[in-house]
Write a protein that binds this ligand. Structure first.
Ligand SMILES: [Zn+2]
Length: 240
């Protein structure tokens, strides 16, 4: 294949811009800021779930506190009603004895219920503490994610702007380079890890970094400058 030298030189320019795009793609994938953002993003639902379950536990225990309080209050009212009856002097001696027994039973019951209520209230306080801690952890995780996202977004925008500039050059070059040469370049580029064309630097192929034999070099020197040559080792287009 013969292609004007100018096209071959432009192919090297195209290769440089294509390489720059691959490097930017790689940079974007491996940015520590993006990895951190992704880690925080994955961790946020875990913090949120912990918060939801801590709140549920706290609210369930709060319901038990309310119920225990109502139970105590009920017994307290009964005691107060019975005491009033006892003090009224209207009860028969037999009822009086029964009432005293009942009052004693009720007071014992009141003590038991009050102890239980205290125990539940302690648990409620603990659960409330856990919920508050979970809330603050969730808020912190959210804030960290927001700031990591902002930091990553800035870098992504920078990379995108740089990549777009390269794309503009790539587009322009692909319009002016010989179509058959472009086709060959694209084919080799996809087979050879993104590098389709390389310069011959001194005696070395810049694509595979191997030195060419003196026979090959002499053959290249003797060939027409428009002849498209390929590296014998890596098969890339070799531009003199
Ligand atoms: Zn090579």
């Amino acid at each position: 294949m013969k292609v004007a030298r100018e096209h071959q030189l432009r192919l090297i320019e195209l290769q440089d811009f294509d390489t720059a795009v691959s490097q930017l793609n790689h940079k974007e994938k491996t940015l520590p800021e993006i990895l951190r953002r992704d880690q925080l993003k994955a961790a946020l639902p875990i913090a949120e779930n912990a918060l939801v379950s801590a709140k549920t536990v706290a609210s369930d225990i709060q319901k038990l506190v309310k119920r225990a309080d109502e139970d105590v209050e009920q017994v307290r009212q009964r005691i107060s009603k019975d005491s009033a009856l006892l003090d009224s002097g209207t009860l028969s001696p037999k009822d009086l004895v029964n009432m005293q027994h009942e009052l004693e039973t009720l007071k014992r019951r009141q003590n038991v219920l009050e102890d239980e209520e205290l125990e539940i209230m302690t648990k409620a306080e603990e659960a409330e503490g856990v919920a508050i801690a979970a809330q603050s952890e969730f808020e912190q995780a959210k804030a960290e994610l927001e700031s990591a996202t902002a930091a990553a977004d800035i870098l992504i925008a920078e990379i995108k702007a740089e990549r777009d500039q390269n794309f503009t050059h790539i587009e322009q070059l692909r319009k002016v380079i010989d179509l058959d040469l472009i086709k060959l370049y694209d084919k080799i580029k996809s087979d050879q890890g993104g590098i389709g064309a390389a310069k011959l630097v001194d005696k070395t192929c810049d694509g595979c970094r191997l030195e060419l034999s003196s026979t090959d070099l002499s053959a290249i020197k003797a060939s027409d400058v428009e002849e498209v040559i390929r590296c014998d080792n890596c098969r890339r287009i070799l531009v003199r």
